[in-house]
Design a protein around this ligand. Structure first.
Ligand code: MG
Length: 335
């Protein structure tokens, strides 16, 4: 990466992996990093905690189903939830552009607070910086959070075993298509509503029903394709997805067909992938479907022994093709 500059494609998928491995980790983790999880797990005698952080730069700031405030709360709450942690504390740091309307700022922060209040999460600390007009796009938010890990649960992207069932918690692609349709004024996708939602209650219901759950991961940037690739790589296994089984809402299917995009690559903000032992698959799906956010949950694939490709897709016409990690940022500033 000598003489290289940061490109938009470094924002997600393979490009993001490359940036992390060649620049970020060598500088910040010269001793090497272990399995990359949604949150860092640490113990204080008697209690296990999770710690995670995320930044939000979505454009536009408001979209059907959410806004940057709701997203900033849900993003970190969900990363903690994916490590079986009940979120308790959140930090909120703001980068504001000179000229931002204070009533809009207030609206976004009230939206962030509403999620935290409903989830029992306390906003514990934060920071505010203002930059000159033109040096940022209205407002960016960083949140970091701490959660208490559920006793007796141990989740990791490296835990998937051959034979395990791959489950998705609901229809995919709504967040990405919603933000894109607002930005590009796509009339045919104007009915799309983001799936942005806090996932703790849903993930906790699953973990109560199936304590032997191996892995949870929210399918954000890079979509379902990125997440199953990450899990297959971390677990040194392969994942076989049954494409016709993947729930794709009609508005997402239509928009993707028109735009030449793959729903499996589109970002979600309220969907996750769960890997569970095969004998627990029915109980896991039933526990998810008992919640409104999980009503479309279903088994979409199986974990297999490591093969030539981390992820294979069984298509509707009976063929099989590798499903790759998205090459880079398909939809910048989606979250
Ligand atoms: Mg995540």
């Amino acid at each position: 990466m000598a003489n290289a500059t940061v490109r938009m494609s470094h924002g997600s998928g393979k490009g993001n992996q490359e940036l992390l491995e060649t620049v970020v980790f060598p500088a910040l983790h010269p001793g090497g990093v272990g399995t990359l999880e949604d949150a860092f797990i640490f113990d204080i005698p008697g209690r296990r905690f999770a710690f995670s952080s995320d930044s939000f730069v979505v454009s536009p700031l408001e979209f059907p189903g959410g806004d940057i405030g709701k997203l900033a709360a849900c993003g970190t709450i969900n990363d903690l939830s994916m490590m079986a942690a009940k979120p308790i504390l959140l930090s909120v740091s703001l980068i504001l552009e000179e000229g931002l309307d204070c009533s809009l700022l207030s609206k976004m922060l009230k939206s962030l607070y509403a999620v935290c209040a409903a989830q029992g999460v306390r906003i514990a600390c934060g920071d505010t910086k203002v930059v000159e007009k033109g040096k940022a796009d209205r407002m960016f938010i960083n949140t970091a959070g701490i959660g208490i890990v559920k006793v007796g649960i141990s989740l990791s992207a490296a835990n998937a075993r051959p034979g395990d069932a791959v489950i998705v918690s609901g229809g995919i692609g709504l967040h990405g298509i919603t933000v894109l349709s607002q930005r590009a004024n796509l009339g045919f996708a104007s009915s799309a509503v983001s799936d942005c939602a806090p996932l703790f209650a849903l993930s906790d219901a699953l973990l109560s029903a199936v304590p032997l759950t191996r892995t949870l991961r929210d399918a954000t940037r890079g979509g379902l394709a990125a997440v199953v690739n990450e899990i297959a790589q971390a677990s040194k296994a392969s994942i076989i997805l049954n494409e016709p089984a993947v729930p794709v809402p009609p508005v997402v299917r239509g928009a993707c067909a028109f735009l030449g995009m793959d729903p499996l690559h589109i970002a979600n903000e309220g969907r996750f992938v769960a890997i569970v032992p095969p004998e627990n698959a029915d109980a896991a799906v039933a526990a998810l479907r008992a919640h409104p956010e999980g009503r479309d949950a279903c088994v979409i694939g199986v974990v297999a022994k490591a093969g030539k490709f981390p992820v294979l897709l069984r298509t509707a016409i009976g063929g099989t093709r590798p499903l790759e990690m998205p090459p880079g940022e398909l939809l910048p500033r989606i979250c």
